[in-house]
Design a binder for this molecule. Structure first.
Ligand code: IMP
Ligand code: MG
Length: 239
């Protein structure tokens, strides 16, 4: 069901140093971040996609419209409480920056100002395009500072869900008041252990994606669109 090739690379601009390394554009940058015209653009892409392939390949959670809508849902659900945003580096940094910007705007335009703190944590579980099975926490503050806080974990992509489950169990020990997980992407994979984030931007096929801060061995973070890497790219940057 998930053999849609993605959008033709020739329709987009992207760094020359990645020419030949990518298969297709899965989610154009404008669709990830644009706020005003996004629903229209998305609808057009979605209809084109549906017409060409006869099926839906990119699910947008709750039929919503990307990061701005996620921010609204988060604010509504947390009851405008103070939030400790925990950004999972490095892949989550762009999503986190854009999400925090929207949360700030919503807070500014509401009756109650929401205080937000942002902290960063580094995890590593992938080498090449394979999960190493074991998650390493290789940075970040002392997690005990999360005690009693309303924690919003901001992650780039949930694949098998193992990374997020391991992180959640590390954090739960410190007794935060609330933990919610926002993931920009969730993969449709049979290897999923059933973990679902509280907030999802886009549901995607089970392919290895790069760009918008997501990497393959540290490459492709400087690519705006979320793209599918090809075999040549995997070989070129393999470690
Ligand atoms: P999981 O444990 O299989 O859910 O993998 C989650 C983590 O692996 C994410 O935090 C990413 O850092 C990384 N990851 C999984 N899939 C991809 C991908 O397609 N591109 C880049 N990183 C990925
Ligand atoms: Mg990640």
């Amino acid at each position: 069901m998930d053999n849609w090739p993605g959008y033709d690379l020739n329709l987009f601009t992207y760094p020359q140093h990645y020419y030949g390394d990518l298969q297709s554009v899965l989610i154009p940058h404008g669709i990830i971040v644009d706020r005003s015209s996004l629903s229209m653009v998305l609808l057009i892409f979605w209809l084109l996609d549906l017409t060409v392939t006869g099926r839906r390949n990119i699910e947008v959670s709750r039929c919503n419209i990307g990061i701005e809508r996620l921010a609204k849902d988060i604010m509504k659900d947390t009851g405008y409480c103070d939030i400790m945003v925990l950004c999972v580096l490095k892949g989550g940094y762009k999503f986190c920056a854009d999400l925090v910007e929207h949360l700030k705007n919503i807070s500014r335009n509401s009756d109650r100002f929401v205080s937000m703190k942002v902290d960063f944590i580094r995890l590593k579980s992938y080498k090449n395009d394979q999960s190493m099975g074991e998650m390493q926490i290789i940075g970040g503050e002392d997690l005990s500072t999360l005690a009693g806080k309303n924690v919003l974990i901001v992650e780039d992509v949930v694949g098998t869900g193992r990374t997020m489950k391991a992180l959640l169990s590390s954090i739960e020990k410190y007794k935060p008041n609330m933990i919610k997980v926002a993931s920009l992407l969730v993969k449709r994979t049979s290897r999923s252990d059933g973990f679902r984030p509280d907030y999802t931007g886009f549901e995607i096929p089970n392919v290895f994606v790069v760009g918008y801060a997501l990497d393959y061995n540290e490459y492709f973070r400087d690519l705006n669109h979320i793209c599918v890497i090809n075999e040549h790219g995997k070989e070129k940057y393999r470690v």
